[in-house]
Design a protein around this ligand. Sequence first.
Ligand code: MOS
Length: 742
Amino acid sequence: MPQIGQPISRLEGHLKVTGAAKYAGEFNLEGLLYGYVVNSTIVRGKILSIDTGSAMKIPGVVEIFTHENRPSLAWFDIQYSDMDAPPGSPFRPLYDDEVKYYAQPIALVVAETFETARYAASILKVEYEAEEFDSDLKKNIEYARDPKMGLATMLKPLPPKPKGDFEKAFEESDVQVSSAYWHGTEHHNPMEMHATTTFYERGGKLTIFDKTQGTVNSQLYACNVFGLSFSDVRVIAPYVGGAFGSGLRPQYQLFMSVMAAIELKRSVRVTLDREQMFSFGHRPPTLQRVRLGADKNGKVTAMNHAAIAETSQFEDYTEVVVNWSNMLYPAENTLLEYQLVPLDVYSPLDMRAPGGSTGVHAIESAMDELSYKLGIDPLELRLINYAERDMAEDKPFSSKELRECYRQGAEKFGWSARKPEPRSMKRGNKLVGYGMATGIWDAMTVPSRAEAELNKDGKLKVNCAVSDIGTGTFTVMTQIAADEFGLSIEDVTFDYGDSDMAFAPIEGGSFTVSSVGSAVVKACQSLRKKLIQKAATMENYSLSEDNEGTIRFEKDRIVLSDSPAISVSFADLIAENSGRAIKASTTSIPNVFKLKKYTRAAHAAAFVEVEVDEELGMVNVTRALTAVAAGKIINPKTAKSQIVGSMIWGISKALREETISDHRFGKYMNENLAEYHLPVHADIYDLDAIFVEEHDDIVNPLGAKGLGEIGIVGMAPAIANAVYHATGKRVNHLPIHFDDLV
Ligand code: MOS
C-alpha cells in the first residue's frame, strides 16, 4: 500500500507527549555549566563600564564574559552571515562597547547552576552613555527608502516594475477604494524558548544541541565566527518545540554557549527566558496603502499597493509584501511599492508567512471593501478578477486550483447563507458576520542532499541534516522513502536533525517537503540503481540493469515482476558487497531554468464566521474553514495540523497578538505571556481545513507544494472582513481590539 497519502500519526508523537523527547536545553552532562545573558537597559549608546566584582565573588560563579574579555572573534561581516541573513552587517554579540538596540546582550554570566548565574547577572553594575534613538516607524515615514539588494533577494524578490498608468486609470475608474493598513510588532513565542547546550569534548571537539531550523546553518555560523574546523563542530537539533522562523538564523544563545565552552573548555548551556525571547527578531511593523479602481462590473483596472516596513540600522530585512496583489488579481495598471525605514531596533526576522500574511491582509481587506461598494458578493468579486496567469511576472502558474478552493470552501462553509447587508445577521444579542479572504504563498525549492542505505535485514535507512520544527518532516520523509521501495514505514528509518548527516537547507519557507523530499526521492532512486547494478553482477540472477522498471522490492529481496521466481535477497546482495550496507547519496538541485518559466504558489480560501458582542466589544471566531490547494498532500493528518495550527495563529494575529512599544523609551512593554496576548483554548471553536485536488508535475517530482505557511495568510483579513459584515465597522489595523468595536 502506498504510504504517501496516508494520514499517519507523527512517528515521534508518543515521545513528545510523554516528555521523553529531549530538546536542546535538556541534554545533561556531569559538570555542565549554565550561562545567563545580561541585556542592555538602554537603546543606543556606549557601555562605559561593567562592574563584575561582586558578581564574581558569589560562590559558583565561574566566569563573566563581556566585550572586554571576550575571545578573539572573526572580523568580517560574511563570517557572521548565515543562510537567512539579509543584506547588511549582521549583529555581533559582545563585539564592542556599542549598544544598538534595547535588550542587546552585553554579558554572559557562567556558573555552576542556572540560579547562581541568573542571580549574579542581576547584580552586575553597568554604566552607559546613552544616545538619542528612534524606534517609531509611523513618525519616520519620510526616511523610507528602497531596500538594498542581496542574496536573500533571490527568494524574496522586490516588487515588479509599474505597468500602464496607475494614477490615470484610478482617476478614471467607476468605483474606487483607498485605504491604509497597519499592524504592529509581533514577537516569536514558540513553546520552547531558545536554548543551546554545548558539550565540550576532549581535543576541543564540540557537540552542540541547538534550537534551530538549520543544523548546518548553526554549524557554519559557529565555525566561521570562532574559527573552528567543520569536522570539530557537530550541531544536533533532535526535536524543536516550534520555531516558525525564529530559528532560521543562529540566535545569540548559540554564540554565547559556544564561546563559553571554548574559553572555559567546559560544557555550557545557555537558555533564554521568555522576556529574552523579545530581544531578537520580530515581525516588522508595517504601514500599507491600497488603492483599487474598478469598472462597474467589478473588474479591477488600477492597483496600487505600497508598504513601508521597519528594519534595523545594521541590516535590510526585507519581505515580499506587495507582489502578491498582482499575482492574485490581474489589473492592467499597477504600481507596487515597498520601502524600509531603518530604526534603532534589532533586525526583524521571518515569522510564519513573512510578508505574505502582511500584504495579503491589505489587498484582501481592500477587495472586501470594494465588493460592498460595488454591491457584488466578495467571493464573486474574486472570481471576476481571477488570475489565470500571474500578471505580476507575466508567467503561467505551474498549477492553480484556487477556483476549486473558493467553490468547495464556500459550499462546505455554507457561504450562501450569508445575507449581503452588514449588521443583518444576529444570534441572540450578538451580531454575526461572515468574511472570506484568499491566501497565497510561494512553492519554493532549494538544493538539498539525502543519503539512503539498505542493510542486510532489508531495512532502509535514509538521512538528512534537516530539522523537524514540529511540522511532521520526520513522518513525511519516512513515507516518501518507503514508497520508493514499496516498503511499509516500519521498515524505514529516517534520521535527521544532525549536521553530520547529508546537507540540508534551513527548514523554512514551506520548502522542506519540496526540497528535502526531492532529495530523499533522488537518493532512494540512486540506491535502487546501485542495488540492481550489484544484482546484475551476481550469478543466477538475471536482474539486469535495464530491468529497473520491472523490479519490485518484497520483504527481504528484489524480485523480477514478470518472473517472481527470479529474485535476490538483500542478505546476498550485502554479502556480495563484502558485508557492507549499500549506500547512495545524491544532491537534488532544482532545475531553475525550467522552474523560472512558471509562478509556483500554493493557494487557499479562508471562510470565517464571527460573533460580535457590541456591548463588550468582544469578537469570537465561532467557525472557520480553509480550503487549500497545495499540490499533492503527502500526509493528510500532519497537513491538516499545519493548516489548523496556522489558522489559530491567524486568529491570534487578527484579535490578540501585538508587542507594544513605548517609543519614548525605545522599549517593548509586554515581554511576557501575561501581557503579550495569545489565544487560549477557550478562544478556539470550530476549525476545519480541506484540501482540493491539485496536480502539478512542475514544482518537484513529488508534486507537493508545502503547507507550513499558507494557512495563516488569509485568516486575518477573513476575520477583519467578517467583523465588518457583522458590525459595519471597517477596522484596518491589527489586532482588532474591543475598543475598536464598542
Ligand atoms: Mo518560516 S517564517 O520560513 O520558518
